[in-house]
Structure formats: structure tokens, C-alpha cells
Design a protein around this ligand. Structure first.
Ligand code: UDP
Length: 233
């Protein structure tokens, strides 16, 4: 698999570590160490982070979904600011783009500016999802990966690949080494949400699923060595 330019998705929960809420500094520092290895090796790295460690739009029935989703999008911005700062402390240069204006905190997304960031060796954060309610950071990463001509999407998860059934429930669950996006959709396997899956299928964007907590899993994935599942187009 080619990995000249990759987009890495981290879930909000992954940032929270064992605490499940907020940030776990040690977890993020370890991600930073591995991303730096890849940046130093010349890989162009984009990052998309979820918001589940703070808020999900569907968390509340008490408020309007559009407003709840706005809170969720802002949670992803907070996550990107935090992770970007940890990355800077680890010696990397970073840039955060959002699809809506956030004053001095982020830059408004533009393909040209993001390309410049990649080419100049900065880690490019795509915060704020798509900027629209009723979407997710899965759709956000699919959109940006396609738009920025990334080679693939890397999904660092709390599970080491895609299984034919939930291994927590079924001890005989089998892990796929490779699977097509069409099969993922047909079998309703949890890789990314349906909207994101369809976008990746339509635009031929491969994905790789691996365990966030595997030693050097991110650094290896960024060199094309996937110990997990390749989702092919
Ligand atoms: N969100 C949104 N539009 C986007 C991206 C995210 O409205 O383009 C909101 C939505 O409320 C979501 C929350 O931000 O629940 C956090 O994003 P994430 O993808 O982590 O949500 P999840 O898929 O876990 O609900």
C-alpha cells in the first residue's frame, strides 16, 4: 500500500485513554512519538479526531439536533487544539483547519493551504468535521481524504481489525485480513458509518483498520505495514 500521504483517524474516546472522558496525556504523547517517526521519514500526515470524549450530537434529546451537532463539532476542534499542542511539544510543526471560522484558533480550510502544509512537512489537522450537522468525523475524514488525494485512511481503533461478528460476544469471530468496502456495507460491519463507506467506495479510497494500542502500530501503518484489516476498493 502506498503511504505518501495518509489521513489518520483517532476517536475521541481513544484520546481519553482509560478515563473515557477528556484527555489522557500519555496516550496522546505516544501517538505523537509515532507520528513524528513518520513525519521524519517523509510521510505527509493529516489527522482527524472524533469528539466522543466530550459530546455526541445524539447524546441529548433535550435540545435541537442541529445545535447538539454544533457542540459535537466544537468538541472535535478542542481535541485537535490539544493534540496539535502535544505534537508541537514533541517537535513537530502543525496546522489546524476548520470548515467554519474559529477566529485566531484555527485556519479556514482551503485545499491549497492544506496542500502547502503537507508539502512543508507540517501535520495537518482537519477539525470540525464536515461543518454540517447530521454528519460525523467518519464522513469528515472520507471527504478530506478524497479531496486531498490521500493514498489511504488509517483507522486506529480499540480493536485490531474488522471481524465477521463482535469478538466480545462471539469467541469464534474471525478477523479479515482484507475485505472490500462493498462487503463491509453488505454485511453492515462497523468500520466507518454508511455515508463515509459509500463515499470511500465511490471515490476508491482504501482504509486500514488496526489497534491503536499495538506497539508502533501507527508508525508501521504509516509505512504501509498493517497488522489488522485492509478495506479495499
Ligand atoms: N459532528 C457533526 N458533523 C460533522 C462531524 C461531527 O455534526 O461533520 C458532530 C456530531 O454531533 C458527532 C460529534 O460531532 O456526534 C462528534 O463526532 P464523532 O464523529 O466523534 O461522532 P460519533 O460518530 O462518535 O457520534
Amino acid at each position: 500500500m502506498k503511504t505518501n500521504r495518509v489521513l489518520l483517524k483517532l476517536s475521541g474516546e481513544a484520546l481519553a485513554g482509560p478515563k473515557k472522558m477528556g484527555f489522557d496525556e500519555d496516550t496522546v504523547k505516544e501517538v505523537a512519538r509515532q507520528v513524528k517517526l513518520s513525519i521524519d521519514a517523509g510521510v505527509q500526515v493529516g489527522i482527524v479526531i472524533g469528539g466522543g470524549n466530550f459530546w455526541r450530537g445524539r447524546t441529548s434529546n433535550a435540545i435541537d439536533r442541529t445545535k447538539a451537532d454544533q457542540i459535537g463539532m466544537l468538541a472535535t476542534v478542542m481535541n485537535c487544539i490539544y493534540v496539535s499542542e502535544i505534537f508541537r511539544n514533541a517537535g513537530m510543526e502543525t496546522e489546524i483547519f476548520t470548515p467554519f471560522a474559529c477566529g485566531a484558533m484555527t485556519a479556514l480550510f482551503s485545499k491549497d493551504k492544506a496542500n502547502k502544509g503537507f508539502e512543508e512537512g507540517r501535520v495537518v489537522f482537519f477539525a470540525g468535521g464536515t461543518g454540517h450537522p447530521y454528519f460525523s468525523t467518519d464522513t469528515g475524514i472520507a471527504l478530506r481524504a478524497i479531496e486531498m488525494d490521500a493514498d489511504c485512511i488509517l483507522l486506529a481503533k480499540s480493536i485490531d481489525g474488522v471481524y465477521d461478528s463482535d469478538p466480545k460476544i462471539n469467541p469464534d469471530a474471525k478477523r479479515y485480513n482484507t475485505i472490500t468496502i462493498q462487503e463491509v456495507i453488505d454485511r453492515q460491519l462497523a468500520v466507518v458509518d454508511l455515508t463515509a463507506s459509500i463515499m470511500c467506495m465511490e471515490h476508491r479510497m482504501p482504509m486500514a483498520v488496526f489497534d491503536l494500542n499495538e506497539k508502533d502500530g501507527i508508525a508501521n501503518a504509516m509505512q504501509g505495514k498493517i497488522n489488522g484489516t485492509m478495506v479495499t476498493v
